[in-house]
Structures are given as structure tokens and as C-alpha cells.
Design a binder for this molecule. Structure first.
Ligand SMILES: Cc1ncc(COP(=O)(O)O)c(C=O)c1O
Length: 401
């Protein structure tokens, strides 16, 4: 796999690298790969993270704003003093202190840092991995819950959300009882729908879960809700956060918060120095200037409402209300591929989520960009719908999903 590829379950086209195909020894090599690489890994296909060069990039829930030039200068001054010849502080003490203060983390709870929250999901699943163990999450949810579960050799249980992407409380409780999962992941808000599950439903799941429950608050800056305070009520609850969506995706920093008894064990699996010195210093600097990031998040929340209304006014488009920095929308039946491609040709990259089965039929997801980017996206979508068939009211009502 190249550096810009990610393993992926089905759906997308396999990534064909140059040089594949039958030379001498190829068969023996294929047999060796088949013998030693686990079958559940071999059935995964890889897809290239799309090249977004020259495109308006609205596919990955990034914050579209740069820092003001004075702030960039100040940051570069900080980096000038960093000793690249030394290993980073393995415990990242200074950064953890800063995060504790900024995210109001209860004094008696511990923080574990990861190279993105992806890594923390992996560490947690590795810590519970044993034959027959299961991980459970709603379906659809952040795709790495499933992927990492499979990488680590556990069984994944996806419990379908309701047609409006609310948690199906009864189905969740029945699945918890039947499968006894070691870990439950709840993305709050949910990716890809943007739906914030009801607090009562989340509490019902936490209270019924036999193992750990992770409430993944990746989109916390845009949600206006959190389970951080509920850590005091539920000793088996962990909160996952990331700095990616608030404007620091390039740094790769995630944090897992919870009782020391859990995190002490998970920390044993963490590779030393997993958070590099440039990330530690840059994140600490950014959080000292968090008013800039907070103002950007406020602009994104404001523009989300504008974009949501504009999408809802387009004939043939159904929009799902979002508490994140992206919006899920549905286009007329069978048209999502054409519309995705037309958007791309018009210079706008969104995420094509359509699957033949399940709730994401005919769905696309757009990240909230700058006002100019949002306007360009809407213009391109309007044209794409005109060409590829807007069918007002036909098969695109979220309640019929
Ligand atoms: C719900 C959720 N959790 C975690 C992540 C991963 O974030 P990170 O950049 O910290 O690995 C994402 C990224 O899309 C996400 O949607």
C-alpha cells in the first residue's frame, strides 16, 4: 500500500499499483501471501485517498481556515527552539496539562494521547483483543471502528440506526445482551449522518453495556453537547476527542479520557514517543491561542446552517440535520454516482457514501467549507442536478430511507 492509501471494506475499486501481474515467481509469491496474511485482511480492498490537488476539498471534515500570518510567525518562533535531536517527552506532560485545562477534564480522570484518535481506537481494541471478543457500534458509524476491529482479529457487530439516523435503543439493548461486546463505540455526533443521538438513548446504552463504552466526541467543537461530565457517573465510560476537526488535522493528536484503572492498562500498549515533538509543541501553542480556533468553529457552525437551508431548498435533495461540520444529503435514486462525478469535474470534492444496502443509499456528504467554497459547491450541485435529473419528492425523503 502506498502512503496515500487506506485499507477499506469493499465498495470502492481496488487500488491497482503498477507492476502487478504475472511475472516469474508471481504465483509462488501469491501463494506465500495467501498462506501468511490473514484471510480477513486479504478480503479487504485498498482505496487511494483521492488526490484533491486543484479541487475544493470538502470530503474530509477539515477546518478550511488558515491561521492569521502573525500567529504563524509566532508559531515558527516556538518551533525554532525545538530540539529535533532529542526524543519527545514520552508522557507529553506539558501538553496533557494544557488539554486538561482547555477541555475541562475532571481532575481525577486520566488522559491518554494518540497519533490521531484513530490510534487510540486501535490501542483500546488491542487491549481487549482475545478470541471470541466483540466490538459493537451503530451502523453506519465511523468506518475505523469496524476496520480496526477486524485488523485486531475481533468480531464486529453493527446495529442499524433508525431511518432518521437516531439510535435504535431497543435494537442496541438486544444486541448488547446477545453479543456481550468488550467495547461499544458511539460517535456523538454520528459520522456520517451528523446526528446527535439523544442523551437518554446514549445513557441507556452505557447503563446496559457489559464492557467499556467509548463516546467519540470528534465533532465536539460543533455539537454543543458532551458526555465529559458523565465520566463521574459511569466508571466504564471513556471519552474520545481529537484536535483534527477543530483545525489541527495535520498534527494528528487525539485524546482518550477516563478512569486511571483503564488507561493505565491501555497505555502499556502505546509505543513510546507516539506523539512527536512538533505535534506536542504545535498543539500546545494552538491551544494557548484557542480563541482563533473557537472563532473558526463558530463561523463553521453559522455557515452550516446557511448551507443546510440552501441544500434543503434544492429540488430533489433531502438533507439530514447536522451537529457536526459536515452535512449528509440524499439525491434522487440512482443518481449519486453521476452527481459525485459532476461535482468533481466542476472542481468540488465531496464524499460519495452510496451503498446499495442500508441507510446510505443515494447519499453524499459535504464538509462545511468557507462561504466561497460552499457557494461554489452549491452552484456545482445545482448544475449537476439539472443535468442528472432532479426529481422533486421522488425517493429522497429521509423518512423513507
Ligand atoms: C467519529 C470520528 N472519530 C474519529 C475520527 C478520527 O479522527 P483523527 O483525525 O483524530 O484520527 C474521525 C475522523 O473522521 C471521526 O469521524
Amino acid at each position: 500500500m502506498g502512503t496515500d492509501t487506506k485499507a477499506h471494506m469493499g465498495g470502492d475499486k481496488p487500488d491497482r499499483e503498477e507492476g502487478q501481474g504475472g511475472g516469474p515467481g508471481e504465483e509462488a509469491l501469491a501463494a506465500a501471501v495467501a498462506r501468511w496474511i490473514r484471510p480477513e485482511i486479504r478480503v479487504l480492498s485498498a482505496y487511494r485517498v483521492p488526490d484533491a490537488a486543484d479541487l475544493i476539498k470538502l470530503d474530509a471534515m477539515e477546518n478550511p481556515y488558515a491561521w492569521p500570518p502573525e500567529l504563524v510567525e509566532e508559531w515558527l518562533e516556538v518551533l525554532r527552539r525545538v530540539s529535533l535531536n532529542r526524543y519527545p517527552d514520552a508522557a507529553a506532560r506539558g501538553l496533557r496539562r494544557r488539554l486538561r485545562q482547555v477541555f475541562q477534564i475532571p481532575a481525577d480522570k486520566e488522559i491518554l494521547l494518540g497519533n490521531g484518535s484513530d490510534e487510540l481506537i486501535q490501542l483500546l481494541i488491542l487491549a481487549v483483543a482475545a478470541p471470541g471478543r466483540k466490538v459493537l457500534a451503530p451502523e453506519p458509524a465511523f468506518s475505523m471502528y469496524r476496520m480496526i476491529t477486524i485488523f485486531c482479529g475481533l468480531e464486529y457487530v453493527g446495529v442499524p440506526l433508525r431511518a432518521d439516523f437516531a439510535l435504535d435503543r431497543e435494537a442496541m439493548l438486544a444486541a448488547l445482551d446477545e453479543h456481550q461486546p468488550a467495547v461499544v463505540f458511539l460517535d456523538y455526533p454520528n459520522n456520517p449522518s451528523g446526528r446527535l443521538f439523544s442523551e437518554a438513548d446514549v445513557r441507556a446504552v452505557i447503563e446496559a453495556a457489559p464492557g467499556l463504552v467509548v463516546v467519540d466526541e470528534a465533532y465536539h467543537s460543533f455539537a454543543g453537547a458532551s458526555f465529559m461530565a458523565a465520566l463521574q457517573e459511569y466508571p466504564h465510560l471513556l471519552i474520545l476527542r481529537t484536535l483534527s476537526k477543530m483545525g489541527l488535522a495535520g498534527l494528528r493528536l487525539g485524546l482518550l479520557v477516563g478512569d486511571r484503572a483503564w488507561l493505565r492498562e491501555i497505555d502499556k500498549i502505546r509505543l513510546p514517543y507516539n506523539v512527536n515533538v512538533l505535534t506536542q509543541e504545535s498543539a500546545d501553542f494552538a491551544l494557548r491561542h484557542r480563541e482563533v480556533l473557537e472563532a473558526q468553529a463558530a463561523a463553521i457552525r453559522r455557515d452550516r446552517a446557511v448551507l443546510q437551508d440552501a441544500l434543503a431548498a434544492l429540488p430533489g435533495v433531502a438533507v439530514y440535520p447536522s451537529r457536526a461540520n459536515f452535512i449528509l444529503f440524499r439525491v434522487p435514486a440512482g443518481r449519486s454516482g453521476h452527481i459525485f462525478q459532476a461535482l468533481r469535474e466542476a472542481g468540488v470534492l465531496v464524499k460519495h457514501l452510496h451503498r446499495d444496502e442500508g441507510l446510505l443509499r443515494d447519499c453524499l456528504r459535504v464538509t462545511v467549507g468557507t462561504p466561497d467554497e460552499n457557494r461554489a459547491f452549491l452552484e456545482a450541485l445545482r448544475e449537476a442536478l439539472a443535468v442528472h435529473g432532479a426529481q422533486p419528492g421522488a425517493g429522497n425523503d429521509p423518512r423513507n430511507a
